[in-house]
Design a protein around this ligand. Structure first.
Ligand code: FES
Length: 114
């Protein structure tokens, strides 16, 4: 259905193993990640430890290492990996014809939860 997803740009605008952020009016910023195997994931841009900006972390496989204290966060579930405990909300995202689409409802939910 059109209207349920918001086009936020082309996949190729994010380098492989790179990230970008999407501002949310009245809510928490979203971080988009493109992995080395060319998948796209989206999380709220806030580490579950002490709110580090995950978008500035290094991507390994389907996880990102937080730039502040190196917790590894799963891009698929938002959960901290290994010994660490915590979870950051994931955001529904899909790629269609080379464009990145984010669920409109997720943007609203993020804004409401903030
Ligand atoms: S804030 Fe991310 S590991 Fe500490």
């Amino acid at each position: 259905m059109t209207g349920d997803w918001i086009d936020i740009g082309a996949v190729v605008e994010i380098p492989l193993r790179g990230a970008r952020t999407v501002p949310v009016a009245g809510g928490e910023e979203i971080a988009l990640f493109r992995t080395g195997d060319d998948r796209v994931f989206a999380l709220v841009n806030r580490c579950p430890h002490k709110h580090g900006p995950l978008s500035q972390g290094i991507i390994h496989g389907h996880a990102v290492a937080c730039p502040l204290h190196n917790w590894r966060i799963s891009l698929e579930t938002g959960e901290a990996l290994g010994e660490d405990k915590g979870c950051v909300p994931t955001v529904p995202v899909r790629v269609d014809a080379g464009r990145i689409l984010i669920a409109r409802l997720a943007l609203l939910a993020t804004a409401i939860a903030a």
